[in-house]
Design a protein around this ligand. Structure first.
Ligand code: NAI
Ligand code: SOE
Length: 382
């Protein structure tokens, strides 16, 4: 059976994670990478055992062998690179956020639909087994009506004023930082599970470090802990480290979502709790094999991931027996399985996050910024 040939643009932190997840599918061959310049591209290709390398992503797009392209570049390049992938007629898997604002993301949805190719966005946390189980429990009425939702996404990798990354630079990351970077996953996951849509919100945004120390040398994501004071310079910070967002869903229920990239001890704690009239659900990405089910008239339960205990339609998201834990790298693998299955005509589609979902999240982000400025409730304009 022939393999689907893929090119990856950007090979920092997440690019290699895409490569690894794709290789675990078996039916996909990562044929080429593109990076900033020939030397870096060749070095990354050698490191990842990828046959072809391009120092300019446009050369990768001109390669007739490449059928699908993954955009793993920093945020400010997402619009331009996604647009060029679509113009080249290739299928596209983009990293989040889809673009820098909703004008750009709306245009990408239009271009993707006009191009008639498959388009996907890496809302990876959706595709973990117990997140899919929670979604099915909501869809099947196990919770009854959803009454309220709260969630948070907490990290500590930007806790100190000496922590630095391109995500702190609005020209590279966008006018929102914590909300666009991790709030995007949080908003997506609670809407995906409940099937509800956020329609109004009120946001409180805080920049905990109005000034940070920027390295005079370049550092990779999560790589700045070893720098000495003489290698740093002071820079004003304009984007939020922290946000709390009151939200209203389209069924009228309310919720609150908090993000903080200065939360000591929390590494990548994406957490939600959904209160239904029959039971509640909660899940923590740092303990992804446990789903808490809260009950009023019976003892609470912790469902440990085990294919035999999941709804039949969820079992394909769990690849190992109970007690054999699945985690972060398995989300993208499941997403890519669904995307490539559709591209190869082996799956019906409708089971992966698309540019439409990417645009919806940016519309929420735009509303968060508008609400933060106006200090009042605003409607989300999709
Ligand atoms: P990074 O800074 O570690 O890597 C970015 C890479 O893109 C670097 O290797 C850089 O040299 C390359 N690059 C920059 N300009 C380029 C160009 N013109 N052509 C080709 N390559 C270019 O950043 P990281 O952490 O990998 O993030 C990249 C994107 O992935 C971000 O948008 C981020 O939001 C998203 N991301 C998503 C994750 C998820 O769980 N879904 C996890 C981590 C990142
Ligand atoms: C950094 O905050 C980051 O790598 C995000 O960019 C990802 O989207 C998130 O999944 C993990 O944290």
């Amino acid at each position: 059976m022939s393999t689907t040939k893929v090119g990856i643009i950007g090979t920092g932190f997440i690019g290699p994670a895409h490569v690894e997840a794709l290789r675990r599918l078996g039916s996909v061959e990562v044929l080429a990478v593109a990076e900033r310049g020939d030397e870096l591209a060749a070095a990354k290709a050698a490191q990842l055992s990828i046959p072809k390398s391009y120092g300019d992503y446009k050369a990768l797009l001109a390669d007739p062998e490449i059928e699908v392209v993954h955009n793993c570049t920093p945020n400010h390049l997402h619009f331009e690179v996604n647009r060029d992938i679509l113009a080249a007629g290739k299928h596209v898997v983009s990293e989040k956020p889809l673009a820098m604002n909703s004008t750009e993301s709306r245009e990408l949805v239009r271009l993707a639909q006009a191009a008639g190719v498959t388009h996907a966005i890496n809302f990876n946390y959706r595709f973990m087994p117990l997140v899919q189980q929670a979604r099915q429990m909501c869809a099947k009425g196990d919770l009854g009506r959803v009454l309220a939702v709260h969630g948070s996404y907490l990290q500590d990798w930007l806790l100190l004023a000496t922590d630095w990354n391109w995500r702190l630079v609005p020209e590279m990351s966008g006018d929102s930082r914590a909300v666009a970077d991790i709030g995007s996953h949080l908003c997506d996951i609670v809407q995906h599970i409940t099937g509800l849509k956020i329609v109004r919100l009120m946001a409180d945004l805080q920049t905990i470090h109005p000034q940070r120390m920027r390295p005079k040398v370049q550092v990779e994501t999560y790589g700045g802990k070893m720098l000495t004071p003489d290698q740093l310079e002071a820079v004003d910070i304009k984007t939020e480290d922290y946000a709390s967002i009151l939200v209203e869903f389209d069924n009228g229920c309310h919720g609150v979502l908090t993000v903080n990239q200065c939360a000591a001890g929390r590494k990548n704690r994406l957490f939600y709790e959904i209160d239904g009239e029959k039971c509640a659900l909660s899940w923590d990405q740092e303990r992804p094999n446990e789903l808490w089910i809260g009950r009023r008239d019976a003892p609470n339960q912790v469902l440990m991931k085990d294919p035999s205990l999941l709804y039949p339609e969820v079992r394909e998201y769990a690849h190992y027996p109970g007690g054999h834990n699945e985690a972060y790298p398995d989300g993208p693998k499941n997403l890519f399985r669904n995307v490539y299955g559709f591209i190869r005509g082996e799956r019906p589609g409708g089971d992966f996050s698309t540019f439409v979902d990417g645009h919806n999240e940016i519309a929420i982000c735009d509303a968060v910024l508008a609400s933060g400025r106006a200090k009042q409730w605003v409607d989300v304009t999709y």
